[in-house]
Design a binder for this molecule. Sequence first.
Ligand code: ATP
Length: 240
Amino acid sequence: MGMGAGAVAGVGETRRIAFFGGSFDPPHLGHLAVARAAKEALGLDEVLFVPVGKQPLKVLDGTTLLQAGYADRVEMTRLAIEDEAGFRVSLADAPRADGEPNYTIDSLRRIAAEGRVKLYLLMGADAFRLLGRWHEAGEIPFAATLVVVARPGEDLGRLDEGLPKGITAGEAGRLGELTQYRVEDGEGRWAEMFVMPDLHYEVSATALRESLRTTGSGERALAVAAPVLKYIEERGLYQG
Ligand code: ATP
């Protein structure tokens, strides 16, 4: 199968799937732009948007820092992507029955165990910067091919700032707009990794929540899909 845009895996072939985890609190047009660009550049069959039930790095004193509940974030994400072929919401990181946080490595392993899949892990530069603190961080670059997207204000000049301890990266070439790296752990394991250029979407969920609380809807309409904005307004989300 070729790498080109629009390549679709047939029955029995390996599917190229990107795992795109996040709070999606709320999902915005920056998320969509990132997913579209990655799908196109890597010839992905599917991008899984995976709202996280309990994000371990967004918990303070045992309380989650997320504003909207899981069910609302899932529904908003579904609305955000409903018109996009190849985008799907995954419940892989639904809140756990034991109350523990969700760890991406567990979800990646579950998906990989289904077989016939080449997994990518899509994230923005801000998320990448915290990768070293993720659960089993050193395993992540080998469980899925990292695809890191530059983000306004987030310098990606030095990859070693984000890579887990003991893992190094060397430039290995280019794939269209993407820079390709080879990451190694010093014990003989290696994997590829990609860096995507900044898409110049200066939108973040944090800024968006602030504007939903304080300003009129004109500005918001530029940052979220119309059905998502409608849902937010109908449910009165982000007012508190
Ligand atoms: P918050 O402002 O609440 O931290 P966010 O806008 O970063 O939210 P998340 O749901 O936490 O949204 O992000 C999910 C993933 O999407 C992360 O990997 C994040 O880096 C990436 N991302 C979000 N917005 C952008 C953007 N404008 N450009 C590039 N990557 C982005």
